[in-house]
Structures are given as structure tokens and as C-alpha cells.
Design a protein around this ligand. Sequence first.
Ligand code: CMP
Length: 516
Amino acid sequence: MAATELRKKLVYFLIFSSVVALVLITFPFIEELIRVYMTEKFGLIIAPNGGVTVAEGGAAPSMMTETTIGLIVNVLHIVKILLWMALVISIVRFIGYLVVKTAYRNAAQGEISSLIKTILSIIIYIVSFFIIFQSQFPGVQLAPLFTGSTIIGIVVGLALQDTLGNLFAGLALQADQPFQVGDVIALAGHGTGVVENVSWRGVKIRTFQNKLLLISNSVLGKESIEVAPKNNLNARLVFFSTKYNESPAKTAHVVREAVRLNENVSPKIRPIVRIRALGTDGIDWEVKYWLDNYASYNDSDALVRQRIWYALHRERIEFAFPTRTIHIEEKVAEPLAEEVFNNIAEHLNRVSIFAPLSDEEIERLAAVSVAKVYAPGEVIVSMGQEGNSMFVVISGTVKVQIPELSYQKTIGTLHENDFFGEMSLLTGEPRSATVVAFEESEVLRIDKSGLKPIFESNPVLVESISELVEERRALLAAQIEAHAEEEEQRSQKGVMRSIKGFFGLSARKTKSEPPA
Ligand code: CMP
């Protein structure tokens, strides 16, 4: 395609310039013919500058003949100037075409703009015109015409006010290069699109409705422009809302997975899904993702929204829409829904320490248990605090942690149907460790007041629990002791290192090693 165009241009160029060159070559002969004709017909000799002398034996020319001859000579000079200029223009245009083409192939497209090409061409045209004009009319001084005339300057200046404004703004844009061909730019009040061309007059933008938006450089220079460079990973934001009863951790995970694998979503940066606001109608979410090709962000946004819908639909997570929920408060406490109650009882039945309890006691315990949900990373009980309740894990994972230098060391991980918090509840001592939700976790909280009547009616339970408490306490003590020992060794090593450092002794030398 490009090769055919080049060939076509080359053929046109060769034909045109050959014809012009041929005319220029034959021009002296045409002049000579006219001169010979004048001498033979009127007996006049015409000098190259248009001067007329009478040939031997000829009559003196009339005023009329002299003026006509002068006119003919001048017309011939002007035709020659036009022919030379036509040749220069065709050469400059062809070379310009070749240069721009090569530059586009080698560098990023648009780096050499038509602006530079136009300015260079104009300079070459002016200089060529000077030279050609002076060669044809050596007696006429052109320079003072351009430098001396203030009036011409003012007239031209006024006429070209806008054009010059565009030109200088274009030059500033060229020097600054805030954007390039292929970048997506958004202009406040004008629109958004892909830059197609930057010229000395203005910028051509292809909008997303496939229209061309032409903005002059002088207008562009005054606007604030938002640029999304094409070689940059530009981000997009998409918003949606879910109902309050939907789990945030689950929603974030589902949406991230749905967005991550989309076409045009860059695999280099993981999409971010976060809560933007706790809105009046639901949880307001924001999804941020980075695009490989920003120019097609409309399609990508639409696809991302579609994928979010499907992913949430599959997981039965509902979108929030403007709603008003009126809660009518009832005076009597609502009994636990049967389903929830049975579920709690089922979980309590699977907890090892409650094995000695009868069905009726389990039901009594279920009636005083309250389910609580914790977000990943949330602290459920804090080490050192007073504790009047114990917990049973219903879903998720929790970590038991004790402090170790600058971080929290995990000493146990508890899953569904495991329990914790029994130590403080039974002994009245402060919490022996911190328990944190590792992922979104639901736990049953059983308060001392709820457990007391069951203990009173079932002393075996006290025994079985106290054995477990003893076991855990021993384990915890062993871990704390190991930790203390480690600490001591570390601090001893630290002291030794300080002394050796202070006396400039090598770190490897010990008492048993003889000096070298
Ligand atoms: P409590 O001391 O009330 O609060 C912290 C809880 O962490 C504690 O009760 C135990 O239930 C639990 N815990 C302490 N040490 C361990 C351990 N080694 N393994 C599992 N759980 C533990």
C-alpha cells in the first residue's frame, strides 16, 4: 500500500519536474528566437536585460515598440521565475514526503510533525524565491521591501494575527510535547478522543463517535488537558453498589477475579476493589484496573461491568438500588428463628468440650449464644484484657497470637467448631493471648451468665473444660518460656557483640581459640 503510494508520487514527481526542466532548458532558445525575429523584422537588438539598440541600417524604434519589447522581456523573466519556483516546490515537497515517511518508520509516529516540515519548506521557498528573483531582475532590490515597510508589517501582522498565534502556540506545543499521536486526551468542554495529527494550525482528535475534532493551537494552549499517554498503563474506575447484607470480603474477592481476567485489563497490576462509601442504599464499591490499550476504554469498561454482573449473579450477591426500609420495632424480643437456632445447636454439638452435655443442655446453650461476624484482620479478643465470654468458630479461621519483639507470633490456628476465650472466662484471669480473624469468620459468643446455669447442673462439664484449660495453659507457658530463652540468648549475643566491637576484637575469636 505504502510502496504503491511512493511509486505513484515518484512517477508524478519525475514527470512534472522533467517537463519543467525541459521547458527551462529550451527557454534560452525561445528567447533567442524572439531576439532573431526582432532583429530581422524591426532591425532591433535586444539585450538580456531588456535594453534595445538599433541594428546597423535599422530605423529608431517608436515608443510603442519599446514598451511592448520591455513587456515581452519582463513576461519572459516572470515565466522563468514561475518555472524555477515550480521546480523548487516539487523537489521540496517530494523530499519532505520522503523524510517524514522515513522518520515515521524509524521513530514513534508523530514525533516529526508536519509543523516542522511546513516551517522548513516555507524558509526554503522564500530563500529560493529571493535567489531566483535576483537572478532574473538584478536591478530590483527585494530586501528593503521586506525590512523597510512598516505599513506592510502592520497589515500582514493584523491579517495573520490568529495564524501567527496558532503558529507560536504550535511551536510551544512542539517544544513541550505534552502529548503525541495515538495518546488519548480529554479537553474540558471540548471532548475526549485519540490524537490523530498535530500541525502548525491545531490538533486533530478522533472522538469515540468517530468524528474529527479540530482544535486550534491557540485555544489548546489556554485549556487544561488530561493526557493518557499510549505507552503508559492508564487506570480506569468503575462503580457499583451491593446490599448491606452481602459480605464485603467475598464481594471484593469475586469482583477482583471477574475483572482480572478481562481482555485489555493489564495483567501487570492487580485490579483494586475497595469500598468507596457506606451509602444510603448499600455498600458503594470502586473497582480500579489498568488498561493495555487505553483508547478502547469504553468497551473495556462495559465488559468489566458486564462481568461484574455475571460474577455477582452467580454468587447470589445482590446489587443495591435506591430503597427505603421501614423497620417497625416490636416490644417483645423476637425469638431466634428456628433455622438459625438449629444451626447453632448443631455447631455446639460438634465442639469437643461440650460433648458431655445432653440435647436439652445444648439447646439451652444455643439459646444464650450470639453469632458475630469478623472481617479479615479484626481482633476478637485482646491479650491482657478482662474476658467474660468464650467463643466457638462457626466458619472461617482465627489465629491465636502472642507478641514477639516487633511482630505478633502465631501459636495456634483454630477452625470451624474449635473454641477459644475459655481461659479467662473460667479462671477470671486476663486474656492469655490475642485472637485475630485470619479471614472473614463467624463466631458464637457465649457469655459467663449464659454458661453459669449449665455448669451448675452439669459438674462433669467443669471437669472436662478444666482439663483442656490446663493443657492449653501448659502449652502457652512452654511457648512463652521458649520465647523468653530465645530473647535472653539474643540479648547475651548482643552484649558480647557490643564488647567485642568496643575493643576492636574479631567477631570469630572466642576464649578457647589461641591467638594467631
Ligand atoms: P483466653 O486467655 O481467655 O484468651 C485467649 C485465648 O487463646 C485463650 O483463652 C485460649 O482459648 C486461646 N489459646 C491460648 N493459647 C492457645 C494455644 N496454644 N492454642 C490454642 N489456643 C490457645
